[in-house]
Design a protein around this ligand. Sequence first.
Ligand SMILES: [Zn+2]
Length: 336
Amino acid sequence: MSPPLWFSHPAAIGHVTGGGHPERPERMSAVTDALTRRGWLGYARRTAPPATDAQLTAVHSARYVQALRAMSAGGGGAFDPETPVGPGSWEAARRAAGGACAMVDALLGGEAPVAFCGVRPPGHHAAHDTTSGFCLLNSVAVAARHALDAHGLARVLVIDWDVHHGNGTNDIFRRSDAVLYASIHQGGMFPGTGPLLDVGSGPGTGFSINLPVPAGSDEDAWLSLLEWIVVPAAEEFRPQLVLVSAGFDAHRDDPLGGCLLDAASFAEMARHVRALGTRVGAPVGAVMEGGYALGALAESVIATMGALADDRPPRSVAPDFATSRAASVIGHHWGL
Ligand SMILES: [Zn+2]
């Protein structure tokens, strides 16, 4: 069996946000330092190439891509107050998106069954034509689109377990039945989108699964929604590729999120996703999103990568009340 793959590039450190910004270069060093101490968990390391303009403009407007590149080349600026752009930001962002595309190529080429992209900035808030919430280019959306366009796939599953709703990804594929977007996120916080009743629109109706949880939600609450809503819907969808927007800000130590997951909780979610991938015959690729407590982030990435690779069965939980309520909505579109 070929080893799992890790994609990254030193340019990730060059995206400097400054001023005590939580999405800081030290996030990347914390993860890579911890992985170095663990021998990279047996993952084979690959260099993330830059995304091509064609890959980026399949998701983002050409005008926005050019404006972002020019802003970075010109010394920096910002499209929104939370998301600074500096001289190294363009290279970091296009290596993040390009790494995710290279990961898709490797997974669909049969080089490995699982892979992880250790990248920053995060991407899932980035919209068609603007930055948002620390995100410049939507790496997972670009990778999903690349899988559909370059590899001719018909069905890609995106599971987003960042504590924030991935409004960018959700909006980009809102009307598509080729991408099933499933997000568990804390409701009542940034970006304020992703209510249970938002199930997509037009031909994409039913292909957005939004599962908000209240602040204080723990591992059992997250696992219940994953096991009893996301996984059965995904099995019916039969994805040819599974991408994970792997944010780690639902960790109990995270300064931005208000949930109560531990590093081991991300491992359990990863086991559910890996088991799903095995059952439907789809490779699994995770892309790092948020996570702002450095120690918790590093531990959670390690737990996730270990679980993706170790093939142990996931822990099953009983469906809770919130899951039954979600099933009453999502069950109109999928056999749960
Ligand atoms: Zn987040």
